[in-house]
Design a binder for this molecule. Structure first.
Ligand code: IPM
Ligand code: MG
Length: 357
């Protein structure tokens, strides 16, 4: 099987954490005999510094040509003053999502047994185990709708368009994911106020009745979902959301796990194509100090093996290795209890790769 991976390290801690994910993939390759064809390309502010564009044509072409993209992070204060459409977040991330047709964003959130103490929620709320999956629509809604600032600069709007086919394909991904998990989907909307949400609810309900009546479905307003996520997160299996609601709820959910440094993501399009990245950003405050947690990126690489390449055993192996290293007490600063010794980004990556060797 051809396994061509475009690696886009990007800005801030991006290059440091991607290096560790590549170390882990290398360990997987040696052990399994698979060959990953890896090529790095500039993206984000780093690419802007090189050639004046956060998403150079050659990088976009390489991403399209690859089977999978592994991305670190983009953005930082140095590029905040660029015009909105040229900034790393919009020019690089949103354009990649749209151009690659990556409509389905999977963000799994779990509390690792060894890290229960790192969650800000009370023990009794997380002790039964938390394991939920946010399935976020990624190429529609207000992110990509028409935007306008009036001529006098004193009013503005962002249109939030959604069509039935766009809702159906993301709902299908949520239902299929639920079948492989605990069989429950909670669809999030604001159907008491928004017309797009009413279309969303109708469409999800229709697809459920037609093809997925074996899956349990409930609908929840987004404000209530935000509350339930901290009140009783264990009740959730799959959370299905539109683009903006999923952005907000996945950051909230990440805190349940103790650190945003633990959370991977997969952005999927047609035919198994995917972009994999940690859900955290470029963390300019700690960049270059070798202290960032590489686990979110390493787990993103595991998702890549699972979703794009169908290498479930290898993906399971990486996840098990992360669990073992955490159980042995090895911690980067973001997941360490006060007074506990911490290790560098490289030490953490090496420890996980060694379990796999
Ligand atoms: C995310 C990020 C992006 C988003 C930003 C950087 C544009 O917050 O991936 O969650 O809003 O989608
Ligand atoms: Mg976000």
């Amino acid at each position: 099987m051809k396994m061509k991976i475009a690696v886009l390290p990007g800005d801030g801690v991006g290059p440091e954490i991607v290096r560790e994910a590549l170390r882990v993939l290398d360990a997987v390759a040696r052990r399994s005999g698979h060959t990953f064809e890896i090529a790095e390309h500039p993206v984000g502010g780093a690419a802007h510094d090189l050639c004046g564009d956060c998403l150079p044509a050659a990088t976009l072409a390489a991403a399209k040509d690859a089977d999978a993209v592994l991305l670190g992070a983009v953005g930082g204060p140095k590029w905040d003053s660029l015009p909105a459409a040229e900034r790393p977040e919009r020019r690089a991330l949103l354009t990649l999502r749209k151009e690659l047709g990556l409509y389905g964003n999977l963000r799994p959130v779990k509390v690792w047994p060894a890290l229960k103490g790192a969650s800000p929620l009370k023990d009794e709320i997380v002790s039964g185990g938390i394991d939920l999956l946010v399935v976020r629509e990624l190429t529609g809604g207000a992110y990509f709708g028409e935007k306008l600032r009036s001529a006098d600069g004193r009013s503005a709007y962002d249109v939030t368009p959604y069509s039935v086919p766009e809702i159906e394909r993301i709902a299908l991904l949520a239902f299929e994911s639920a079948r492989r998990r605990r069989g429950r989907v909670t669809s999030v909307d604001k159907a008491n106020v928004l017309e797009t949400s009413r279309l969303w609810r109708e469409t999800v309900t229709r697809l459920h009745a037609a093809k997925y009546s074996d899956v349990e479905l409930d609908h929840m307003y987004v404000d209530n979902a935000a509350m339930q996520l901290v009140r009783s997160p264990a009740r959730f299996d799959v959370l299905l959301t539109e683009n903006m609601f999923g952005d907000i709820l996945s950051d909230e959910a990440s805190q349940i796990a103790g650190s945003i440094g633990m959370l991977p993501s997969a952005s999927l399009g047609k035919g198994g194509r995917g972009l994999y990245e940690p859900i955290h950003g470029s963390a300019p405050d700690i960049a270059g100090r070798g202290i960032a947690n590489p686990i979110a990126t390493i787990l993103s690489a595991a998702m890549m093996l699972r979703y794009t390449f169908g290498l479930d055993a290898e993906a399971d192996g990486i996840e098990r290795a992360v669990g073992e290293v955490l159980a042995s007490g090895i911690r980067t600063a973001d997941i360490a209890a006060p007074g506990v010794n911490t290790v560098s980004t490289t030490k953490m990556g090496t420890a996980i790769a060694e379990v796999l060797a």
